[in-house]
Design a protein around this ligand. Structure first.
Ligand code: C2E
Ligand code: CA
Ligand code: CA
Ligand code: CA
Length: 276
């Protein structure tokens, strides 16, 4: 009877161990995925708010996993960062995104997300230069999306990163705008080209006049500083109509227009075979 003790113990194993095991399994899978280049890049368009033409497509990484299904980047990017795998993953995304953009009409740009951890690593400008040279893509067709957390780490690596991007002619976009707290000062402190107003504002933009005024004010200020203003997370026609009535909003993105889709579908969209 005593020999059952072990099995019993294992059965009542504390929660933390279960979590730690699941995490270790995910880490192993992630390492394999990097080795086998199991990641795909999907693209989601940004539209000109007036003409409704596609201006840019944002690269969003996908990890199709045999057992787990599509693993969300929100789940695995932070783990990849902790494991030191993000630079390798980011390099592949940049290469693929630049190469893919070469297949699109010349006026369409590609946007690539770069996290604070990647910037800290210090080699991103070199990786970008290599991706541009390898693909032949003009620097001004590449837009790098950073969040305030990049600017918040006010380090040498950040300043070098921003300066080198600017010198190369790569565009810089401030993502998730309005979710941090010292946002306004960033607008004139760095050579930004675009802000992307976070989708959390859209939730109340129709029901709360104050939220609409806030978005309008931020958009106006940014546009007067020479920045493009994109709004992300547009899901309904009425949100779209409201945003189009704000003259300072230059671009929109969201499920209403298109979800992130595989590269071949984006090509069809850009061919005009599947109009938005
Ligand atoms: P993000 O950069 O803010 O990207 C926008 C996220 O919102 C995407 O989720 C997109 O699918 C989703 N989205 C777009 N339109 C709508 C909408 O109308 N409604 C709603 N509810 N959601 C919408 P996704 O693809 O799961 O990516 C999540 C986050 O993962 C991204 O947030 C970004 O921070 C990160 N990420 C994705 N790809 C990369 C990458 O290649 N490198 C890095 N460093 N981060 C990435
Ligand atoms: Ca983004
Ligand atoms: Ca965003
Ligand atoms: Ca986000």
């Amino acid at each position: 009877a005593k020999s059952d003790g072990r099995a019993g113990w294992r059965f009542f194993e504390p929660d933390m161990d279960v979590k730690a095991q699941a995490r270790r399994a995910l880490e192993l899978d992630l390492r394999t995925a990097v080795t086998t280049d199991a990641f795909e890049v999907y693209y989601q368009p940004l539209l000109n708010a007036q003409t409704m033409e596609i201006t840019t497509c944002e690269a969003l990484i996908r990890w199709p996993h045999a057992k787990r299904g599509m693993v969300s980047p929100a789940e695995f990017i932070p783990i990849a960062e902790e494991m030191g795998l993000i630079s390798e993953i980011g390099k592949r995304v940049l290469r693929k995104a630049c190469a893919e953009c070469m297949k699109w009409p010349k006026h369409v740009r590609v946007a690539v997300n770069i996290s604070a951890v990647q910037v800290k690593r210090g080699n991103v400008p070199a990786v970008i230069r290599e991706a541009l040279e390898g693909s032949g893509l003009a620097a001004n067709r590449l837009e790098i999306e950073i969040t305030e957390s990049v600017l918040l780490q006010d380090t040498e690596a950040t300043h070098t990163f921003i300066r080198e991007l600017h010198e190369m002619g790569v565009r810089l976009s401030l993502d998730d705008f309005g979710t941090g707290y010292s946002s306004l000062s960033y607008l004139h402190s760095y050579p930004l080209d675009k802000i992307k107003i976070d989708r959390s504002f859209l939730k109340d933009i129709e029901s709360q006049d104050r939220v609409r005024k806030l978005v309008e004010g931020v958009a106006r200020l940014s546009s007067e500083l020479g920045l493009s203003v994109a709004v992300e997370g547009v899901e309904t026609e009425s949100q779209c109509d409201l945003l189009r009535s704000i003259p300072y909003v230059t671009e929109m993105q969201g499920f209403l227009f298109s979800r992130p889709v595989p590269r071949l579908e984006v090509r069809k969209m850009l061919d005009g075979t599947t109009p938005i």
